[in-house]
Design a protein around this ligand. Structure first.
Ligand code: ZN
Length: 152
């Protein structure tokens, strides 16, 4: 088991991708970005950020972050664990709030996501702090999420 340093230098992987979908509930566009997050130069987590433009609700972003062993083939994916949060505006606040939600709701079950934590399980998981570090990094640095949350 790798020891994780308290301070890790987080960076994006070399292959960030984006795609646009149509929302099932209102036909508004959903923009998705995904990539790896590297820590100290090595793959640390994968993320999927979905930015919603529902016509009748707040503009929010749902971020799934998956931790586990990377680069060894699918037989090494048994340790994967997924967290997720919703980031959205709060009435009366200039900064958005992040709330833990069930991971992987918009994604099929499978070895990539591994164990999808719900809010209660995430709150008790030893990697929760790592998740918040990664999700903060995405919020502050992924151009799609940044523009979606702060651009309106
Ligand atoms: Zn919608």
């Amino acid at each position: 088991m790798i020891e994780h340093h308290v301070r890790m230098l987080l960076t994006f992987g070399p292959d960030r991708q984006t795609r646009e979908f149509t929302c099932d509930c209102c036909n508004a566009p959903i923009e998705r970005a995904w990539d790896f997050i590297y820590a100290d130069g090595a793959p640390h987590a994968a993320y999927f950020a979905n930015c919603y433009h529902h016509t009748d609700r707040d503009h929010d972003a749902w971020i799934d972050v998956i931790f586990g062993t990377w680069g060894g083939g699918s037989d090494q994916w048994s340790d994967h664990v997924a967290f997720a949060c919703r980031i959205g505006p709060v009435v009366g606040q200039t900064t958005p709030a992040s709330t833990l939600v069930t991971a992987g709701l918009a994604h099929p079950d499978g070895p990539l996501f591994g164990l999808k934590l719900d809010r209660e399980a995430a709150l008790q998981h030893p990697r929760l702090n790592e998740f918040w570090k990664v999700s903060d990094f995405i919020l502050e640095n992924d151009p799609l999420v940044l523009g979606h949350i702060y651009g309106h």
